[in-house]
Write a protein that binds this ligand. Structure first.
Ligand code: NAD
Length: 504
């Protein structure tokens, strides 16, 4: 029972500065767990403000040099990094599973989605092309260029320890910036693995750094005058704090927050397609995805068969160690989070929801931070299981009579990251895409994470700032535009003989 406080395989996870591992000096560390066993597997260094300042200083020097690299040199590094990441994805996936808990296939999936962003960034010579207007006035040409910002920071959540850093660093580095990553202290080792791959790919030392830490390190980045921009992904209260503090200190900030994603299931939906999609999107990665579907809005008489179809599927999901063959769902990230999610189920039941499948009673491994799948029916908008982001394997079903009622419910929600509609009616789907006030929409697609050549972002309390992450908006975020207006006198008018004919 005391497994969570026993250090079984104690390792130290340190910073990555100037192309090498550097031990922290603050004297503060945090434990890293294997959530499947509850054991502490490592201690991660937590940086002080002065350690952060040293990282930023080194990154500043590296940024000045890296900015001078040619676009083809940068593309060559990105291609090499892409190959390494691809070839070593199995190793990285094992690291992710050992600290996050998600199943191996899911960890591989996260890396594949991150890899897409690296592939996008290899196109940097094309992506940084500007426009050119010849003869804007007589003898005057106007053109624009995009230049890097300098040192940019990424602060990332526990739930995608490889993909979310890759959303940011691939474009930031391709654009000629130095990138400082402050990963989640809960699963910090993937960041170091990625750092090693960058070095092996030929990235100059200092262009990619990792500084581990908690609020102290984050605050040091937010107020540092030489950090030009901050990309953040995490929970809504912290996203808001990051946005307000970073912008108050003159930085460009994109801060993606939490979510409460609804699936609208119309009466004409293909029941099996919808149930399969909802089960995978609600319970995959134990619901610890910002694009997880956590509310199914059942319209009209599809509600009973939908609840039955989902309930039928849940006992088939194998819950266990994500590293073991055949596991469908791993543990939650920490014991505290597991208990908090179970507490939401208690509250939902007390507030009148019907517990159709009870994850609290599931037969799950005793060690580790496991909770079974929970399905709650007759959820209403006042219940905390509806109002709050639970971030666990809990799906609530809200019953409504009409499309309009379902749409109004979704549009009234403070979160607006992703949503999905299930229907066989193209007109209804098109109307939904027009009406719904959510940043990413799936039509018979449960997790509509955009491909890397679009950009990712929600609306309302799911995004602070106005730039979405990665894709074209990522290139724009990590560069500043400069417009040049130039006049060159016609050489024919020159008093010096340049060898041009005197007529045009
Ligand atoms: P979190 O907000 O607790 O932590 C995110 C980062 O902020 C971590 O690096 C953490 O060290 C740092 N942090 C935490 N508390 C801080 C504080 N008080 N001051 C300064 N920094 C602080 O989020 P999490 O639990 O790691 O991740 C889960 C959350 O992230 C969920 O809400 C999920 O929806 C969200 N998320 C959103 C997206 C998206 O694209 N919108 C993607 C993934 C995760």
């Amino acid at each position: 029972m005391l497994a969570h406080i026993v250090v079984r395989m104690s390792e130290r996870v340190s910073h990555w500065i100037d192309g090498q591992v550097v031990a922290g000096t603050s004297g503060r560390t945090a434990p890293v767990h294997n959530p499947a066993t509850g054991a502490v597997t490592a201690e991660v260094d937590l940086a002080s403000a002065s350690e952060v300042a040293a990282v930023v200083a080194r990154a500043g020097e590296a940024a000045r040099a890296w900015r001078g690299s040619s676009l083809s040199q940068r593309a060559a590094v990105l291609f090499a990094f892409r190959e390494l990441l691809h070839d070593r994805s199995d190793e990285l996936a094992r690291i992710i599973t050992s600290e996050h808990g998600k199943v191996h296939a899911d960890a591989l999936g996260e890396i594949a989605r991150g890899l897409e962003n690296v592939e996008f960034a290899t196109g940097v010579p094309q992506l940084l092309k500007g426009g050119y207007s010849e003869q804007a006035a007589s003898g005057v040409d106007v053109y624009d260029i995009r230049q890097p910002l300098g040192v940019v920071a990424g602060i990332t959540p526990f739930n995608f320890p490889a993909m979310v850093p890759l959303w940011m660093c691939a474009n930031a580095i391709a654009c000629g910036n130095a990138f400082v990553l402050k990963p989640s202290e809960k699963d910090p080792s993937a960041a170091l693995f990625i750092a090693r791959l960058w070095k092996e790919a030929g990235l100059p030392d200092g262009v990619f750094s990792v500084v581990h830490g908690d609020k102290e390190a984050v605050d040091a980045l937010l107020v540092h005058p030489d950090v030009a921009a901050v990309s953040f992904v995490g929970s809504t209260p912290i996203a808001k704090y990051i946005y307000e503090t970073g912008t108050a200190h003159g930085k460009r900030v994109q801060a993606l927050g939490g979510a409460k994603n609804h699936a609208l299931v119309l009466p004409d939906a293909d029941l099996d397609v919808a149930a399969d999609a909802i089960v995978s999107a609600a319970y995959g990665a134990a619901g610890e995805r910002c694009m997880a579907l956590s509310v199914a809005v059942a319209v009209g008489d599809i509600a009973d068969p939908l609840v039955d179809a989902i309930a039928l599927r849940l006992p088939k999901l194998v819950v266990g160690d994500g590293a073991a063959e055949g596991t469908d769902m791993g543990p939650l990230i920490t014991r505290e989070h597991r208990d908090k999610v179970a507490g939401y189920v208690d509250a939902g039941e007390a507030q009148g929801a019907t517990v159709v499948v009870d994850g609290r009673a599931a037969d799950v491994p005793a060690d580790g931070f496991f909770l079974g799948t929970t399905l709650l029916d007759n959820v209403t908008p006042e219940m905390t299981v509806y109002t709050d982001e639970i971030f666990g394997p809990v799906l609530g079903v809200v019953r409504v009579d009409t499309y309009d009622e379902g749409l109004a419910l979704i549009n009234a929600n403070r979160y607006a990251n992703g949503t999905a509609i299930f229907t066989r009616d193209g007109g209804a789907a098109r109307r939904f895409q027009y009406d719904v006030e959510v940043g990413m929409v799936g039509i018979n697609v449960p997790i509509p994470v955009p491909v890397a050549y679009y950009s990712f972002g929600g609306w309302k309390d799911s995004l602070f700032g106005d730039t979405h992450m990665y894709g074209p908006e990522g290139i724009s975020f990590y560069t500043r535009g400069k417009v040049i207006t130039s006049r060159w006198p016609d050489p024919a008018t020159s008093s010096v003989d340049l060898g041009f004919p005197r007529t045009r």
